[in-house]
Structures are given as C-alpha cells and as structure tokens.
Write a protein that binds this ligand. Structure first.
Ligand SMILES: [Mn+2]
Length: 298
C-alpha cells in the first residue's frame, strides 16, 4: 500500500519514475535508497542537470601532505606547471577529490602550506576558469574556504552534467557500486555533521595528528592487487552499469582508484579514471568539439 502510493507519486512526477521504482527493488543498496527518498520527497536526483560549455580538465588524487613535505611540494609544483601551461585553454577545472591527503577547516583555521597552488588557482579564477571541487574520502571536510578564495563550486556527491552536449557522470567515485557496507558506514560517520562539529572541538594539533596517523594506516593497508584496473570487477564499473539501466550517460569520469584507464562500457558509453597526481601524474581533458574525453600524462 505504502509502496504503491510512492509508485503513484513517481508516475505523476518523474520522467524516469518506473525505472527508478524498479531500480529500488532490484538493487536495494544505499544509493538506491537515496533514489527512493528522492521519490518520497518528489525530487529528481537528475533534475538539476548542470550544463557546461568549454574545454575541461580533470585532475585528482594528488594527496598533498599536511604539512607539505619535500615530495608533496614537488608534486604541487608539477601541478602548477600543468595548470599554468594549459591555463589559457580550459574553461572548467575539475578537482576530482583527494587533492589533499587530509583537509579539515575550522572556522578560523585552515591547514598551512599550498600557497603557490592557491595563488595559481586564484589566478585561474580571475582569468574566468570555473573550479569544480568534488570532495574525496580524504578531503570530505572542505567547507567554504575554496569557495571564498577562488570561487570553487563544492560537490559532495558524484554529479550528472551535460558537458559540451555530452551527458557525463563525474565525481570522486568512492563508495559507489558493489557491496561496500562497512566503507559506507565509516563514510557516513565521518561525514555526519554532528561528528564533524565534535571533531572540530579538538585542538588542530590533536586533530591533525589523528588524521596523519589514520592516513598513514590506510596507506599501509593498500591491497597490491588493486593497483591494476579490475575491469568488470571494479565497483565503479558496476555502479556505472547500474546507472545506465535507469538513465543515459555518455561518459563516466571517476577518480579514487589511482588507475589511469579508458574502458568501453557499451559502444556509446565510455568509462574513465583520471589516475593520480602521485605516481602517474595523469589527467583527463574533455574539450569542446571532442567526441570523448582524452587521457594524458604530464
Ligand atoms: Mn580517494
């Protein structure tokens, strides 16, 4: 009775209602639940389709350390070189998450360092480049500092966008697809506003020490086999296939996995991962007039 009520609501208010209803029942995962609540609230998660025009550059996973060490400063310099030499050509810069190994901003305090990078981003902003900052699992605590400093638009979830007439689904890509209950639970705890506020009560010296310890631990626990792209076993690929069942997407552009890859999902739809700015020094461009995004290494 309750579900048929929802079904009726969806039938009258959504362009993809029937498919979504089916999606909820056939999957029953966290993101399906989200679609279900969207249905209850009569909102469409794809209704605020953002339209962008112009050349786009996607870069992710630089994991700049807090405070920056020599290696981190070198990577920062390399990223600035890329942004400066490509600067005149692109209109949108996508920072696809985990740019910082740890980012937590207090009302009056931000992590020190990154001065050259921020100056470069400010210059780009002044030239008219729009910066899109997608938070990753290491920098989910971004608040409004980047927005105030260089007008960045902050996205906390992956987003469907129309880029130069192509439907692109992009975001950091962590926690999407597969059975990642434990990961999603941890993410939810970290992302909870009340916990966020509680953590902010700690003195920066304490909170930054805790974060460094956790970052180090997660770095050491990485599975060697995951260094390679796993094809259909990839959670992001599985998620992309699930999403393709309910809506049209031309290109998926994710990060997080630190693998630079172009993978054909269907003849009409391609999956990309930006790699990283740690070892691959890779990035993705999607220029006006291009049929699909392109992978590069610096
Ligand atoms: Mn990540």
């Amino acid at each position: 009775m309750f579900f048929s009520l929802i079904d009726n609501r969806m039938r009258h208010s959504h362009p993809f209602k029937r498919q979504k209803y089916h999606f909820f029942y056939s999957n029953g995962k966290a993101h399906s639940l989200k679609l279900y609540f969207c249905a209850v609230k009569k909102t469409n998660p794809f209704s605020n389709l953002i339209e962008l025009h112009g050349n786009c550059l996607f870069v992710s996973d630089a994991h700049f350390r807090t405070p920056p060490d020599a290696a981190s400063e070198e990577r920062e310099e390399r990223l600035i070189q890329l942004l400066e030499c490509q600067g005149a050509d692109f209109r949108h810069l996508f920072l696809l998450g985990d740019i910082f190994d740890y980012w937590f901003e207090y009302r009056d305090v931000v992590p020190k360092g990154y001065f050259s990078l921020f100056t470069c981003l400010k210059k780009l902003h002044e030239k008219g480049v729009q910066i899109h900052y997608f938070t990753g699992n290491h920098d989910m605590w971004v608040e409004d500092y980047f927005t105030q400093a260089f007008g960045a638009v902050i996205y906390r979830e992956a987003q469907l966008m129309e880029i130069n007439g192509h439907r692109c689904f992009t975001g950091h890509g962590d926690g999407l697809g597969g059975k990642q209950r434990k990961y999603l639970l941890i993410k939810r705890i970290f992302n909870n506003r009340f916990n966020w506020w509680l953590y902010g009560l700690l003195h920066p010296r304490q909170s930054f020490s805790i974060s460094r310890f956790c970052s180090e631990k997660s770095r050491n626990s990485h599975d060697e086999s995951m260094l390679q792209f796993q094809g259909e076993k990839e959670f992001q690929v599985q998620y992309a296939r699930e999403l393709l069942e309910i809506t049209n997407v031309d290109h998926f552009i994710f990060a997080h996995r630190h693998v630079l890859v172009r993978y054909e999902l269907t003849p009409e739809c391609t999956f990309f991962n930006t790699g990283d700015w740690l070892e691959h020094f890779s990035y993705v461009t999607f220029n006006e007039g291009d049929a699909e995004p392109e992978l590069h290494t610096h």
